[in-house]
Design a protein around this ligand. Structure first.
Ligand SMILES: NC(=O)c1ccc[n+]([C@@H]2O[C@H](COP(=O)([O-])OP(=O)(O)OC[C@H]3O[C@@H](n4cnc5c(N)ncnc54)[C@H](O)[C@@H]3O)[C@@H](O)[C@H]2O)c1
Length: 323
């Protein structure tokens, strides 16, 4: 089977590529290396067992000719390429909307043209400012005003979902929508606001761990290889097209407790420094204070439940960062 992964040199994409290569498939990657890197795919490129089955194109998904060729060649399409991370979105507002809305529309249009099954990666951000848990796929969404750009990521991902579902309804495109909650593991960079790699990096340098807001906001974390299993399971299932699925963990933790856990796990001498949101991001920044998924739906379709607990995830990330 030929599998196309847009954003395949990114954190999740590189693990997904590895998993499909391990199963004996051909993997095609397109990535412009904006937040991804050659380092993420170095190990699979250098693995002799994979080298004649891995094809990497360094280009943007907005390049219509290149994408026509790739989508036309492959059997399945995973669309992961996107502007990612709160900090990146705030610093690149226009380019982010362009890639997340226009880029996804182009990918879906080509999948419909060539009749290729496609899975898109939306985000838990689409739920917005909910305080209840767990979040169910059919819940309402609550955003701040358009003057607050942090919501543009959520809104752009929501538009992606509508577009994928509209292609399913009107053109019969087998499109699957996934909402990923915080996914973590080796190769994730802390450079664009991702909390665990940032804390681990600070702890290993014995620098203060900078907790934004009051530290009482909570998140759940899912190990990247568990997420990859979920993505592959949904893609190979016959009845997941036209559906939306949460993919996430269920162990809820405050950012303050997470910082303490990482200090303990690394044996660091770091202190914890509370930084107000307006200093960390921008004036009037709004965060999601709680983000816990219901995973009942994905469980009922493919039996998915995460198998890696937070302590194990932290251990793996710390080992990777040390190395
Ligand atoms: N990591 C998470 O916790 C998380 C949570 C929710 C949703 N997601 C979604 O999962 C997907 C993958 O995220 P990730 O965490 O691996 O981030 P990532 O930044 O590592 O991966 C995104 C990849 O897309 C590439 N890319 C960006 N614009 C591109 C373009 N125009 N053309 C080609 N490639 C381009 C980047 O270079 C990068 O390699 C994204 O769609 C993201 O929105 C991730």
């Amino acid at each position: 089977m030929r599998v196309l992964i847009t954003g395949g040199a990114g954190f999740i994409g590189s693990h997904l590529a590895e998993a499909y290569l391990e199963q004996g498939n051909e993997v095609y990657i397109i990535d412009d290396l904006s937040t991804g890197s050659q380092d993420n795919i170095k190990a699979i490129q250098e693995n002799k067992a994979f080298s004649n089955r891995l094809f990497v194109t360094i280009d943007t998904i907005l390049n219509q000719n290149v994408m026509m060729e790739l989508v036309g060649t492959c059997d399945l399409v995973f669309h992961l390429a996107a502007a990612v991370g709160v900090r990146y979105i705030l610093e690149n507002p226009l380019a982010s909307i362009n890639i997340n809305v226009h880029g996804t529309e182009k990918v879906l249009e080509l999948c419909a043209k060539f009749k290729k099954k496609v899975l898109i990666t939306s985000s838990s951000e689409v739920y917005g400012k909910h305080l209840h848990a767990p979040l169910v796929e059919t819940d309402n969404i609550i955003y701040g005003p358009s003057s607050k750009f942090r919501w543009s990521y959520a809104a752009s991902k929501l538009m992606d979902e509508f577009t994928a579902l509209a292609y399913f309804r009107t053109k019969g495109l087998p499109a699957i929508v996934t909402r990923l909650f915080n996914t973590v593991g080796p190769r994730q960079t802390g450079a664009y606001g991702m909390v665990i790699p940032r804390f681990v990096d600070q702890a290993l340098k014995n620098e203060p761990l900078t907790v934004y807001g009051d530290g009482r906001q909570t998140r759940t974390f899912t190990y990247v290889k568990d997420v990859v299993q979920a993505l592959m399971g949904l893609m190979s299932h016959e009845k997941t097209a036209g559906e939306v699925f949460n993919i996430g963990g269920t162990e809820e933790i405050t950012m303050f407790d997470l910082a303490k856990k990482i200090i303990d796990a690394t044996g660091s001498t770091s202190a914890i420094e509370i930084i107000p949101y307006e200093k960390a991001y921008e004036k009037d920044f709004e965060d999601m204070l709680r983000r816990v998924p219901s995973i009942e739906k994905i469980k009922s379709y493919i039996g998915f439940a995460p198998t890696t607990d937070l302590d194990t995830i932290l251990h793996k990330v710390i080992e990777h960062s040390r190395a």
